[in-house]
Design a protein around this ligand. Structure first.
Ligand code: AMP
Length: 282
């Protein structure tokens, strides 16, 4: 595996690979890698001639500087994992490489409010940063396949909208959520939870699974109310729990009018913000 820090160098290497008729798979990450990330990377290695994984903690998607500062950095362990997974290129750029003209570069993309609900309501500007960095990374890597996780449901929905809008020659591949044995979705933030916090966090997946069962005989509103109550305890603060249309991310009035429903949530346990989701109907 080659570690590349400069945009120009990666662009040249990939240009050669493309002109030799080889396919490229790309997995963007912010590092502190775990088995969830590796499931994306392994799929890329399986499905493409050449695989690129990027590690870039994108400053423009953090709305709180303290969150950015606290983001775990484990480059040596990450690069050993990627090497073992047979990744060809680890792209590890500096912010200056990604944003040579400063960080205020914005992407003009009509989203019909999709970036303002769920996560967008609580993390203003977050998705502008995500769209900005993924667009830039796709322009650099120009891959045949882009690998993203179901874990960040709203994120991949917006990136799908971006790829469609700009008619980018890349196919988005969404990979299932990797979970710990007790159901907790793997996340780089989990390292900040205590042993007890990790145990308590199993309520999240349990509530999602139970919501799926309850939706058969209850309205969306009833399930949302039950889930909010079930999650709220003195050690778990719920930011939101919503069941939305999986295509538009809009609220549901009557579940019969929708064929794709997703429950999505964010909670705080021990000062750590955790997100999760589950497809309830598709
Ligand atoms: P991040 O490093 O958190 O930006 O995540 C990079 C990619 O890995 C995103 O597409 C995430 O959705 C995906 N990812 C993160 N955690 C998981 C997980 N537990 N299972 C599957 N994919 C994941």
């Amino acid at each position: 595996m080659e570690i590349i820090k400069e945009v120009r160098v990666l662009e040249e290497k990939l240009k050669e690979i493309r002109s030799a008729g080889k396919t490229i798979g790309f997995t963007p990450t912010m590092g502190a890698l775990h088995d969830g990330h590796l499931s994306l990377v392994s799929r890329s290695v399986e499905e493409n001639d050449v695989s690129v994984c990027s590690i870039f903690v994108n400053p423009t998607q953090f709305n709180e500087k303290s969150d950015l500062d606290k983001y775990p950095k484990t480059l040596d362990a990450d690069s050993a994992m990627l090497e073992k997974a047979s990744v060809d290129f680890l792209f590890f750029p500096s912010p200056k490489e990604i944003y040579p003209n400063g960080e205020s570069y914005e992407v003009d993309l009509p989203l019909d409010g999709m970036d303002e609900v769920l996560e967008g309501e609580f993390r203003p500007g977050h998705f502008k940063g995500v769209i900005q960095v993924v667009k830039r990374l796709l322009e650099i890597t120009n891959p045949n396949h882009l690998y993203m996780g179901q874990k960040d449901f709203q994120q991949f929905s917006l990136i799908h909208a971006m790829i469609t809008h700009f008619q980018m020659p890349t196919t988005l591949v969404v990979c299932p959520i990797k979970r710990e044995p007790n159901g907790v979705a793997m996340s780089s933030r989990n390292v900040r939870l205590s042993k007890k916090g990790k145990l308590l966090a199993s309520i999240i997946h349990w509530t999602l699974a139970e919501s799926k069962k309850r939706l058969k005989n209850n309205t969306v509103k009833e399930v949302e109310t039950w889930a909010l109550e079930n999650l709220t305890t003195e050690w778990c603060k719920v930011e939101y729990f919503k069941i939305v249309d999986g295509y538009t991310l809009k609220d549901i009035i009557d579940k019969k009018d929708h064929d794709y429903l997703v429950a999505s949530l964010a909670v705080w346990i021990e000062d750590v913000r955790l997100i999760d989701n589950m497809t309830l109907k598709q």
